[in-house]
Design a protein around this ligand. Structure first.
Ligand code: SF4
Length: 329
């Protein structure tokens, strides 16, 4: 099939699939303390529907599929979905974003089913501060999950993602740098984005990648590595050669120009940008007998209208009504 391209000439090869809106954590920068009204089971795409859409889109040139949530590991029988997707011809990479809480239980099954890369979200390496952010006293459990996953060399790389927030992450910079230097895990900081349910985000609440880089560089000099096309992170190596650390700066240094990503939400909405204000429903056509050709047309038309870039920090920026937990990053 013709490769999937948007109206700005960008080739789309990366698909993020949210498999659930539910999560077992309550991270301050994402979800209210009491959680959110969850989707009904019938509203969420079935494994068979996800497989059908992924197979179709791989046929249109999608090479990388990342499974996200909410928290994907809370979806029952999740490794079975992985085993349905990993054999799809043309799929080059099947990865996962998780908060790690259920990783100790599921690591072996996920690897056996075909997961090749994993990002684990950890915002602090200090137990009390981890609790402060996630509203869960779960750091030891998450670190055990990370250790369990590290027993499987076929999963590589394993990245640890920390959301960077002003007046919090400054104290985490050096502990995470030392963690990156003393383990095989690649640590990356992600700037806080206006996708929080409480809508508390302000430009001042963003601790920029550049500020974090300076904190780390003053203790452990780092050098930038060449950027991969469509990469979201600026990756640096420690000058003395012990490990790497990355910065994902969507607010202070947007990387939209060569964006190759689209997303599907748990209930089957195609989002062409993390900050989309419009979505295209795939569930209704999936459930009302649309042919592959009809589905392909719906997807191509939506992707053609993909936004050129986000407008965070610009006058008139509107925060999407959908929160990060219901998009999946
Ligand atoms: S904000 Fe939108 S256009 Fe920019 S990199 Fe993210 S998904 Fe792509």
């Amino acid at each position: 099939m013709e490769p999937l391209v948007d109206g700005h000439g960008r080739r789309i090869s990366d698909l993020r699939v949210s498999v659930t809106d539910r999560c077992n954590f309550r991270c301050q920068y994402c979800m209210p303390a009491d959680g959110l009204p969850w989707l009904e089971r019938s509203e969420v795409l079935s494994f068979e529907e996800i497989e059908r859409v992924v197979r179709l889109m791989v046929g249109m040139g999608i090479e990388d599929v990342r499974l996200t949530g909410g928290e994907p590991l809370v979806r029952r029988d999740f490794p079975r979905l992985v085993s349905m997707l990993s054999p799809i011809e043309g799929l080059k990479d099947l990865s996962l974003t998780t908060n790690g809480y259920l990783l100790e239980r599921d690591a072996a099954a996920l690897v056996g089913a075909g997961i090749s890369r994993v990002n684990v979200s950890i915002d602090s390496l200090q137990r009390d501060r981890f609790f402060q952010i996630t509203r869960r006293d779960s750091l030891p459990q998450v670190l055990r999950g990370l250790e369990e996953l590290a027993k499987h060399p076929e999963v590589h790389p394993i990245k640890v993602n920390a959301v960077a927030m002003r007046n919090f992450t400054e104290e985490e910079a050096i502990p995470f740098a030392e963690f990156a230097r003393s383990t095989a895990f690649q640590v990356r900081f992600i700037e806080f984005m206006p996708l929080d349910a409480d809508q508390n985000w302000t430009p001042d609440s963003v601790l920029t990648g550049e500020e974090l880089r300076q904190i780390i560089n003053s203790a452990y000099p780092i050098e930038e590595l060449p950027r991969e096309p469509s990469a979201t992170a600026r990756v640096f190596r420690f000058a003395d050669g012990t490990g790497e650390i990355g910065f994902i700066n969507p607010v202070s240094e947007p990387f939209c120009a060569d964006c190759n990503r689209v997303r599907i939400t748990a209930e089957g909405k195609l989002r062409t940008c993390l900050f989309s204000l419009h979505e295209t429903d795939l569930r209704e056509p999936l459930r009302s007998g649309a042919s592959e050709a009809e589905l392909e047309k719906i997807i191509r038309d939506a992707v053609w209208r993909k936004e050129l870039k986000h407008h965070v920090g610009e006058p008139g920026f509107r925060q999407p009504p959908r929160t990060m937990s219901a998009i999946g990053g």
